[in-house]
Design a protein around this ligand. Structure first.
Ligand code: OAD
Length: 564
């Protein structure tokens, strides 16, 4: 490794000067969430073959000026990044080993011109490392439902990542399903250009009345927790829940008694004044929510009234002499109507995280802590389309097993085992297979009705999930089996077995499972959430990309939708 510390040939900016430019503290919230298409390599600017070869020569000179790393060194770096995470990587390779950023970037296949500013170098490094992190390889030793059961049994620090899909059976719609909230908001007349504006901070500031006409529909009420909520509680009771990162704001995990809980997208438990930031208990705005009224901060409102009393009466501004010299004219500025009737008002908003807002620091703190402890990740009922929560799956050590339980595939990430179907049915099946020491705790709402669970038990015992070819994907009742990704897995594994047959007859080598996974990622990722992955093992593409062609959608620390 000492060789890694050796100085480079072209040193643009000493890293020690570069990294103070990183935001203070370690935040998972300002990492790029999605990149533009890598069209760059083949881009034709129409300037013809001579220009191309001139450009190639220029690029080659830039590459030659940088001392390369060996393949083994690059592999070690990638391994370190995927296992130890982005901040540990930066600490080691930039701060301790003092590797200049252009050299480090070239190791990841990114070539930057020498004149690139320090700030841009840091920005490009973050994008590059995030790209590598997004390319998680499946663990090939974990494939079956029994593997999942064994993992749950022996894991001590399980991270759950949950979303709206765990509450649909309680009667609360999710967001992005065809019957979800956004589809409904689209159909109804809510004056929204995009249904996600309902949870957009800028839109809220302009038209808080729209949100407050709707808020009662998502306000937590007396729903009965689902088996998925109870599954989280069961893990906690067995002392193997490290934390449940939930995106839900319905309060149902609290209602079933889960304590190791992080409400990543906040909750209605408190509300804050957007002007003075005073926090109020959620109960302070409950009446307004149910009356579809916009609550205003009582403290700021009292101050505004005081000031209005003290302020001198408003005088008409003097008319201006027209530029043409033909008399007085009105100043058009004076006629500007307020941008919105709510402009300047002390709006109170429930502390649910809107698009355009930061998540609480707790998210970063918990993730930094938990990535060192976690031994199993189970993701339930989320489309993983909203950053930064969606990035959690990339920021845990890549060797930690990852399981998905969802009705629809999440095709932009490689899980080790994918259990598709109705979440409640799947967790009940897993609990059944875990054996008699494990059972879903009965929530207080069901305590007088000693439960359908016993009736369910026989049905659950009968469930036989269907395996998609010889893959790691299993279909339970309720699975979206017509999803293109499922078909692609089927085809890929069918092809795989054909190739294997051929190879066993000595004609060719079988593709690795990684290659198959990569094919799925590339083919099945929805275009809106493009995942430009350099290669199946996260190694960079062989030809470096130059800076001018590289772009990013840095999320600047705010909650963003990936499918915007
Ligand atoms: P989405 O609606 O995006 O995704 C819900 C996922 O749950 C989908 O992939 C469904 O396939 C799955 N699902 C639905 N019902 C299910 C069931 N019974 N069993 C198993 N899976 C089921 O919801 P989230 O991913 O949670 O932000 O959305 C993330 C964020 O986007 C939300 O927190 C919300 C929204 O904007 C807010 O600020 C309120």
């Amino acid at each position: 490794m000492s060789e890694l510390a050796s100085r480079q040939v072209v040193e643009t900016v000493p890293p020690a000067q570069v990294f103070p430019a990183l935001p203070p503290g370690q935040s998972f919230q300002d990492l790029p969430s999605s990149d533009d298409e890598d069209e760059d390599d083949q881009q034709d600017d129409g300037s013809g073959p001579d220009a191309d070869s001139e450009e190639d020569r220029r690029l080659q000179e830039m590459i030659d000026a940088i001392e390369p790393f060996s393949d083994q060194e690059v592999d070690d770096m990638i391994e370190y990044l995927k296992e130890r995470g982005l901040f540990a990587f930066v600490k080691r390779y930039v701060q301790e080993l003092d590797i200049p950023l252009p050299r480090l970037l070239l190791a990841f296949g990114v070539l930057i011109p020498p004149e690139t500013t320090a700030e841009n170098q840091v920005r490009i490094l973050k994008i590059t490392l995030s790209r590598v992190l997004r390319a998680r390889n499946r663990r090939q030793d974990i494939n079956t439902v029994d593997d999942v059961v064994d993992l749950i049994r022996k894991s001590k620090n399980i991270v759950l990542l949950t979303g709206a899909g765990v509450s649909t059976s309680c009667g609360i719609p999710d967001f992005r399903s065809p019957t979800g909230l956004y589809a409904r908001l689209k159909e109804e007349h809510w004056e929204l250009d995009d249904p996600q504006q309902m949870f957009d901070l800028s839109y809220f500031k302009e038209k808080p009345n729209v949100f407050y006409s709707f808020a009662k529909e998502i306000y937590p009420s007396n729903f009965v927790p689902s088996p998925c909520h109870r599954f989280a509680k069961m893990l906690e009771d067995h002392q193997c829940l490290l934390r449940n990162y939930t995106q839900n704001i319905d309060g149902l995990f609290e209602s079933v008694g889960v304590e190791r809980l992080l409400n990543c997208h906040g909750s209605f438990a408190t509300a804050s004044c957007l002007r003075c930031r005073t926090k109020f208990p959620g109960s302070a705005i409950e009446a307004d929510v149910f009356a579809s009224r916009v609550p205003l901060c009582p403290l700021c409102s009292a101050m505004d009234e005081e000031q209005a009393k003290l302020a001198p009466p408003v005088r008409q501004p003097p008319a201006k002499w027209s530029a043409s010299g033909k008399g007085f004219e009105d100043d058009p500025e004076d006629e500007r109507p307020p941008a919105s009737e709510w402009e300047g008002k002390p709006l109170v908003k429930p502390d649910i995280v809107f698009f355009g807002e930061m998540l609480s620091d707790e998210f970063d703190r918990c993730l930094l802590h938990d990535r060192e402890q976690v031994d199993l990740l189970i993701v339930i009922g989320t489309s993983l389309r909203v950053a930064p929560v969606s990035q959690l799956v990339s920021h845990l050590p890549h060797s930690v097993p990852q399981i998905l339980i969802n009705r629809d595939p999440v095709s932009h990430h490689n899980f080790d085992v994918v259990l598709l179907g109705d979440g409640d049915t799947i967790v009940k099946h897993l609990v059944h297979k875990l054996g008699s020491e494990w059972s879903l705790p009965v929530p207080r709402q069901l305590q007088d009705k000693p439960v359908q669970d016993s009736a369910d038990a026989t049905a659950v015992a009968m469930i036989e999930p269907e395996r998609v070819a010889e893959s790691h994907v299993w279909l339970y009742p309720g699975a979206n089996r017509d999803h293109r990704w499922v078909q692609l897995v089927q085809e890929a594994f069918d092809e795989d077995s054909e190739v294997e047959d051929a190879s066993s007859s000595g004609t060719t080598g079988a593709p690795t499972e990684d290659a198959v996974d990569q094919k799925h990622l590339e083919e099945a990722a929805p275009p809106a959430l493009d995942v430009p992955v350099p290669a199946s093992d996260g190694r960079p593409a062989s030809r470096p990309r130059s800076l001018e062609q590289d772009s990013d959608n840095d999320v600047l620390g705010k909650k963003v939708k990936l499918d915007a």
